[in-house]
Ligand binder design. Sequence first.
Ligand SMILES: [Zn+2]
Length: 72
Amino acid sequence: MQPDPRPSPPADAAQSTTKPVARIYFACANRYITVLDGRPDGSIARCPQCGRSNRLPPRTETSGDRFFEIAC
Ligand SMILES: [Zn+2]
């Protein structure tokens, strides 16, 4: 009796958790950027056009993405 060759389980099977992100539309750059949104005190989003840093409001949810529009 020969052992069955089994495929190894997918490596990402245990990594089903996705990090929350914040999507920000910068009006002055006319671009969307995505930043990791894991900081409870508010993540920093930097405008790709003028370089101004904007602190996002603190998270109240534990999961889910957020969307912001910033005009700097
Ligand atoms: Zn800007």
